[in-house]
Design a protein around this ligand. Structure first.
Ligand SMILES: *Cc1c(COP(=O)(O)O)cnc(C)c1O
Length: 491
């Protein structure tokens, strides 16, 4: 005969204390684990002055393969924090290192890190009010504040997302639902040639035809050309194709270019087209004195903002704002167990009706805690510093004879290449090799991208604790490696 459950399970009390409950043992285990995790993070981050000080790819693969994920007998929380936790920090890209300047990948604000701990320990889920009584209302409060900051009206609403990929996809779904099913077969979505690839990916996921996304030409600074958009719209109308949406970009991923939002909004208004603005990157300007550069944003029907880019939030943290909450109706499916037709809690919002997701993190809390902790002045100072660093970097590039600046920076990215006597193909290849060498030697983590058909370096300067000196060091290192490669080639 089987023993009663209790008798069998009572044999390993430690296992039960490892699930947090109201009892002293599990609370103590939680406190010790969190303190230890913080210590491991502090002791193992920045032990070398390098953005990447971990193993090279092959060795790292071997190391990770050697970790047995599921031993028969558990090793215990303390052992695992010390062992796996330490490795995770040591072999991480140090995003807060000033020479980690590759991607739209920011250092994190301390109030947001504290908020993360509270988000995970309370483990609220935003799908229904009864699973997140305070957090649901916090998201609504933060969304109302963000909508007002973006200049949207009283009817606005929104929902936190995993980031702009999800925000863009949701926006395109809402736009498509407005046009009916046929729109997915013949509809057109206009976006610029420099728009984020998630626009095309979303269209494919949402069942649009392969030719649905029409890319509009950009000007020399990478901004959508409204005349080209206008011509494209006329052409679509003549061909009898419904125009589902215009996706403008406020801050392109490479150049930080901000599309001419007013002129685009004029066209959207004239033709009654859904205007979505992907402000994943440039939306950060809303929290700075440079907000005016986003004039026209308030005329969008939906807006994507990412806080894990310019706003120092731990991943993931984005929001989709809509100008009219009625646009969320297509996501308003009812589930008997969650948000029944007959409301159980009268007047309580169930935010599952704003999202593709069901279970969803309470990420608005970290934005609230960061914004309230730092205030308008604080965020402005941090953001402006990153923009100043980019201007200084552009000057430093220009001042070096071996470098060539591609464009004046618009936000905090700086795109340039090395001047090369060799063929353009050789120069492209060399740029990639320099990038890899700088990463592997831990000198700098920088990016490459293709502009005007050629490989360029890209610095993304999201770190307000960086300085022009740091950037100078990176540019010097590029010169040194380039020279070194030339010397070795000549041998
Ligand atoms: C980063 C980025 C995205 C993708 O956002 P995720 O948060 O990574 O999903 C979309 N659009 C632009 C302009 C971006 O810079």
């Amino acid at each position: 005969m089987n023993a009663p459950f209790n008798a069998r399970l009572a044999t390993s009390p430690d296992v039960f204390a490892s699930v947090l409950g109201p009892d002293a043992a599990s609370r103590d285990s939680y406190r010790r684990a969190m303190m230890q995790a913080v210590d491991v993070a502090l002791e193992n981050a920045h032990v070398h002055d390098r953005p990447y000080a971990g193993n090279r790819l092959e060795d790292l693969m071997g190391l990770v393969d050697s970790i047995e994920p599921f031993p028969d007998t558990g090793l215990g929380t303390a052992t695992i924090i010390d062992e796996v936790g330490r490795l995770a920090v040591r072999h991480a890209l140090a995003v807060s290192h000033p020479r980690a300047v590759a991607h739209l990948h920011c250092p994190v604000a301390v109030p947001a890190l504290a908020a993360e701990a509270l988000i995970s320990v309370t483990n609220q889920s935003l799908d229904s009010w009864d699973q997140s009584p305070f957090a649901t209302l916090v998201e609504e409060r933060v969304v109302r504040w963000l909508a007002a900051e973006a200049g949207l009206g009283e009817a606005a609403s929104g929902s936190f997302t995993s980031g702009a990929s999800q925000s863009n996809m949701t926006a395109l779904h809402l736009a498509a639902e407005r046009c009916g099913l046929a729109a997915r077969h013949t509809g057109v979505i206009f976006t610029s040639a420099h728009a984020h690839f998630s626009v095309v990916k979303s269209a494919r996921i949402l069942g649009f035809a392969a030719d649905a996304v029409v890319t509009v030409d950009v000007d020399s600074e990478g901004r959508m050309r409204p005349e080209a958009l206008s011509a494209g719209i006329e052409k679509a109308i003549q061909a009898g194709r419904p125009v589902v949406a215009i996706v403008a970009t406020a801050g392109t991923t490479d150049l930080g270019a901000i599309d001419p939002l007013e002129a685009i909004a004029d066209l959207a208004d004239r033709h009654g087209i859904f205007l979505h603005v992907d402000a994943a990157y440039g939306g950060g300007l809303l929290f700075s004195r440079h907000k005016k550069r986003l004039a026209g944003l308030e005329r969008a029907r939906s807006i994507a903002l990412d806080f894990h880019k310019m706003l120092f939030q731990p991943i993931s943290c984005g929001v989709l704002l809509v100008a009219d909450k009625a646009d969320f109706l297509p996501l308003g499916m009812k589930a008997d167990y969650l948000n029944p037709e007959e409301a159980v809690f009268e007047g309580a919002p169930n935010l599952v009706e704003h999202s593709f997701q069901t279970t969803r993190r309470a990420d608005a809390l970290k934005v609230l805690m960061t914004a309230r902790a730092l205030g308008r002045d604080g965020l402005d100072a941090l953001i402006c510093r990153t923009l100043e660093n980019a201007s200084a970097a552009a000057e430093a590039v220009t001042a070096r004879a071996y470098l060539e600046l591609a464009r004046q920076p618009s936000l905090s990215t700086v795109v340039f290449r090395t001047v090369s006597a060799s063929s353009p193909e050789d120069a492209d290849e060399k740029t990639n090799r320099i990038r890899a060498r700088l990463f592997e030697t831990g000198v700098a983590a920088l990016a490459t991208t293709v502009l005007d058909g050629r490989v360029h370096f890209k610095l993304t300067l999201l770190n307000p604790r960086s300085t022009p000196d740091v950037v100078n060091r990176v540019l010097d290192a590029i010169g040194d490696v380039a020279k070194d490669m030339e010397t070795n080639n000549a041998d």
